[in-house]
Design a protein. Structure first.
Ligand SMILES: Cc1cc2nc3c(=O)[nH]c(=O)nc-3n(C[C@H](O)[C@H](O)[C@H](O)COP(=O)(O)OP(=O)(O)OC[C@H]3O[C@@H](n4cnc5c(N)ncnc54)[C@H](O)[C@@H]3O)c2cc1C
Length: 447
């Protein structure tokens, strides 16, 4: 018997672990653990928490539709694993690998517990599109890549030569254990708030993500490269929240678009996703970069105005309004608002990173960190510190009629296409002066 634990892989097909399990022909317990650490601090009711619960509800639905059993328990993952290992003749514990600091620590603890009891611990890589565990041997470099462009070149040839396609095993092919140890079920029962969150959500998951992808391919893929920054028209795939919870695999997104007109620009973005996952895997500093730079010249003075959409810079306030209300913000505006916070307002990037954690539906620790490091000119392959986006110019360039601002800040609708992008009277900073100050401050931070 095996134990398989779902984490950021909330789907029932194209799972590397399912292919592995299918070769063994044994029965197993399939488990989803709701980890209190990951849903604390208001996360359960946040946009990203609600998204996770929606995909988890969908996973339960997929198991039930296939006549299979998925058990859901609440508590410390190592303690739950240990209690099931002691109660069932489980030989092997199988998971998909995860690379964030918390998940590495959690998996060390589970792995130790599994080995202590004399069972096998089997993490399997699944999240990246390319096999990033095999990639370093292919790239044959003394040091991991730090810059995207050479990484992307090598990634492209690696994908051509060594891409490993979607797996064929689905939950229908596996045999799941119906009943598990009752004392574990009682000890790790879901609290009512979690049950309600899980039961009271719309079932989304793979069907919805595939429908989105299908629509994206039919209507937007061909023009994606040119139109992705025209944020007022919503031209991107909207798949991130499904990719990050694993409701859809990066492989299926790739295979459904590969070779189609316009796919190159889109697949390049999937390569950016792999680039950040690669950094999380191979660059120790990726998650502690703030400890390497002296960020003491930065301050949280204006953070509240930024987060409550009260800066007086229309595009910033519109983007934060959209985020606060819906959990969404287009990529270009994530860049503009992050640069504005870290440069013009001189706030530490960690404050914005933390804010996005609670507010983005598609929040992902690794991609979010990559984005914030890039915008704050820290980390590897970041935006040069002296190249600071001007929010008013960005707004005019990517949405000349200001329709995005008009949608989210209707009280500005009376302004002309020219006026609508400009800072309002009472704006909390002067764009030109704050830009010059940021360059001086970041020069000292980065020296
Ligand atoms: C400050 C900041 C914070 C960010 N935080 C997150 C986050 O928490 N979660 C998240 O998924 N993305 C994050 N991104 C990256 C990017 O903004 C989103 O992936 C994208 O907006 C999601 O929309 P989409 O699915 O329509 O993407 P599409 O444009 O359709 O792209 C397809 C996929 O490619 C990947 N991708 C696209 N752009 C990027 C990028 N710049 N970096 C890495 N991968 C990318 C995503 O997986 C995305 O779903 C952040 C970017 C910045 C600048």
């Amino acid at each position: 018997m095996y134990l398989f634990i779902h984490r950021k892989d909330l789907r029932t097909s194209d799972m590397r672990a399912f292919d592995y399990i299918n070769r063994k022909h044994t029965q197993g317990i399939h488990l989803l653990i709701i980890d209190p650490i990951l849903i604390g601090e208001g996360r359960l009711t946040s946009h990203s928490g609600r998204n996770f619960m929606a995909q988890a509800a969908s996973l339960l639905f997929s198991y039930a539709s296939a006549g299979k059993e998925l058990h859901v328990l609440y508590g410390d993952p190592a303690a739950i694993t240990e209690s099931l290992l002691l109660a069932h003749p489980i030989e092997e514990v199988i998971v998909h690998s995860d690379y964030t600091p918390y998940s590495r620590q959690r998996d060390d603890q589970i792995g130790q517990a599994v080995r202590r009891i004399g069972r096998r611990w089997m993490p399997i890589a699944d999240a990246p599109l390319a096999d990033l565990e095999a990639f370093p041997a292919y790239a044959r470099r003394a040091e991991p890549y730090k810059v995207f462009t050479p990484f992307y070149r090598m990634w492209g040839s690696f994908m051509l030569e060594s891409y490993s396609p979607m797996g064929s095993t689905t939950i229908d092919d596996l045999s799941t254990v119906q009943e598990i140890d009752q004392s574990a079920c009682h000890a790790f029962a879901l609290p009512e708030a979690v049950s309600c969150a899980l039961g009271g959500t719309n079932v989304e998951g793979s069907p919805k993500s595939l429908a989105r992808l299908d629509r994206f391919v039919r209507e937007r893929l061909a023009s994606y490269g040119d139109a992705r920054d025209a944020y007022a028209n919503d031209q991107t795939s909207g798949l991130a929240r499904f990719l990050n919870t694993g409701a859809i695999s990066a492989r299926s997104a790739y295979e459904l678009t590969q070779g189609l007109h316009g796919s190159e620009a889109w697949i390049r973005q999937l390569a950016w996703r792999d680039f950040y996952l690669y950094q999380a895997m191979y660059h120790e500093d990726f998650f502690k970069y703030e400890q390497l730079a002296d960020l003491s010249p930065l301050t949280d003075t204006n953070f509240k105005a930024w987060s409550t959409a009260a800066t007086g810079i229309p595009i910033i306030d519109a983007a934060l309004t959209q985020l606060n209300r819906t959990g969404e913000m287009p990529n270009r505006l994530r860049m503009v608002t992050a640069m504005f916070l870290t440069k013009n307002l001189l706030c530490p990037f960690t404050l914005g990173e933390q804010y996005f954690r609670l507010h983005l539906s598609d929040y992902d620790n690794t991609l979010n960190r990559g984005g914030w490091l890039w915008c704050s000119s820290l980390g590897y392959d970041a935006a040069p510190y002296f190249r600071i986006m001007n929010p008013a110019i960005q707004s005019r360039t990517h949405d000349p009629s200001g329709s995005y601002i008009r949608r989210w800040l209707p009280h500005l609708d009376h302004l002309s296409d020219k006026e609508i992008h400009l800072p309002q009277s009472g704006a909390i900073v002067d764009l030109k002066a704050s830009r010059a100050r940021a360059i001086e401050v970041y020069k000292t931070i980065l020296k």
